[in-house]
Design a protein around this ligand. Sequence first.
Ligand SMILES: O=C(O)CCC(=O)C(=O)O
Length: 277
Amino acid sequence: MTSFDQTLNLSEDVIAEFNKNGHVRINDVCNASQVELSRQSIRSAVEDRKSRIALKPLQERDTYGKAFLQIMNLWPDYPDVAKFVMAKRFASVAAQLLRTEKVRIYHDQALYKEPNGGLTPWHQDQYYWPLETDKILTMWMPLVDVTKNMGTLNFASGTGKVGYLGDIPISDESEKILSEMCQEKGFEIVNHGDMKAGDATFHSGWCLHGANENQSSVMREAMTIIWYADETQIIEDPDSQGRWNKGRRDDMARWLPDRQPGEMADGKLNPLIEPFI
Ligand SMILES: O=C(O)CCC(=O)C(=O)O
């Protein structure tokens, strides 16, 4: 079984592909037996959290609610999930793609697209992240084998460095505005296709992405982890470029509760991982 402590060395081609396109697929990031163990821990954590929220039936939810069950930051509450989230193996991939040595966890989230679950509208993750950096990315790893018709991610290639596009939270509106933008600017839309449990895609904070509906009768169980380069600063407030929005203020309270705008993003919920030591 691959150890979570075992780093995964990437070729320069893979790193260059990520930095050019804003996304990349890497196979066998976690092997089948390890991912199955982690899947059980993640699933019981998701069930536990789910039991505490009032979840409307799928057909009564809005577009964002239909896209997936989003269960956030499991690592502080569930030690078995923390082993997965803190794995040096995954952090080593993030660090190499970001061309840095040390990374911090921003947060994790389980994203389960239910059978017949809706599309994930086009969006930019970093709309929500109050961080002064381009060195931030998400790993999206299916915990079960998935086919494209279960809603693997669609990426707009070449958008990894487009920066802040305005106050466009994930919604029907973001789906419209950003899909039109992709067409107008001619960004190539890439879907990395069917994936085995333990394969992963990585996308940068600015990369435009979304996903199709889950057209199958199987839950699309995916786990995500977000890392950023150590020594990243939180955006100043007021910010001369007008980049504070509701999403960023909410994230600040949630993931950086012990830090202020303008300070370093090194709070108690942002553990440092040095994968190569
Ligand atoms: O899982 C999905 O459908 C969306 C994932 C996503 O937007 C993300 O990981 O940033």
